[in-house]
Design a binder for this molecule. Structure first.
Ligand SMILES: Nc1nc2c(ncn2[C@@H]2O[C@H](COP(=O)(O)OP(=O)(O)OP(=O)(O)O)[C@@H](O)[C@H]2O)c(=O)[nH]1
Ligand SMILES: [Mg+2]
Length: 202
């Protein structure tokens, strides 16, 4: 089972990001997730649609994952069309902590989401929970709602730099509303999962 969990405080946009990626939709109103929800997405990357449509960003994403285009094609071709990633959307409200912790185990990958409008970006407790319940999980740090801020602001850049250093991980800036960066994030996540699978099959 390729389980990917999507975690982060309430209202940071976990459900919205999944909806944007899987259905290319966005809903403005906030409907809190109750407990947990799940949806699936194929692991295999559609080269013509998902990759080519990234407006040149695919080069940068492949570079992040240390893959040449040929290496990508080789591992992507080995993946069965039927192989699915199970995306678990875990409710962020404190009330759901118990049920959430239960769903946090055995994750292969995690997207840790935070709201770019709400500094200081407190994600340490999520990373700690992840290390407790799914110590072998890979993770991505994701700042959402980039449509509402100026990403060129030096103070903002410093905060993001500090976060990247603290967790020795790149921060992905995305917006479920404008769709900016969302496809790139999920494609990079798939690449990371594929690479890991190719190195040590389940
Ligand atoms: N401006 C803006 N609003 C967003 C964005 N993503 C989500 N929102 C809004 O933020 C609110 C919360 O989004 P959700 O996706 O429901 O948040 P969640 O993280 O799933 O929340 P819980 O299920 O309670 O944990 C909604 O009103 C969304 O419309 C974004 O990229 N930009
Ligand atoms: Mg939700």
């Amino acid at each position: 089972m390729l389980k990917c969990i999507v975690i982060g405080n309430l209202s940071v946009g976990k459900t919205s990001l999944i909806l944007r990626y899987t259905k290319n939709e966005f809903a403005g109103q906030y409907i809190p997730t109750i407990g947990a929800d799940f949806t699936t997405t194929p692991l295999k990357i559609d080269e013509n649609y998902e990759m080519v449509d990234l407006n040149g960003d695919h080069k940068y994403i492949l570079e992040n994952q240390g893959l040449s285009y040929d290496e990508f094609t080789e591992i992507n071709d080995q993946i069965d069309e039927e192989t699915k990633i199970y995306l678990w959307d875990l409710a962020g409200q404190p009330f759901f902590r118990k049920i959430r912790n239960y769903y946090m185990s055995h994750a292969y990958c995690a997207l840790t989401i935070f709201d770019l409008n709400k500094p200081p970006f407190e994600i340490s407790s999520w990373i700690n929970d992840l290390k407790t319940f799914s110590p072998n999980s890979d993770f991505f740090l994701v700042g959402n709602k980039s449509d509402l801020i100026n990403t060129e602001n030096p103070v903002f850049k410093e905060q993001i730099d500090a976060l990247e250093k603290r967790h020795t991980s790149k921060v992905h800036l995305v917006s479920a509303k404008s769709a900016g960066g969302v496809r790139a994030l999920f494609v990079e996540m798939k690449l990371k999962m594929m690479k890991r699978l190719a190195q040590s099959p389940l």
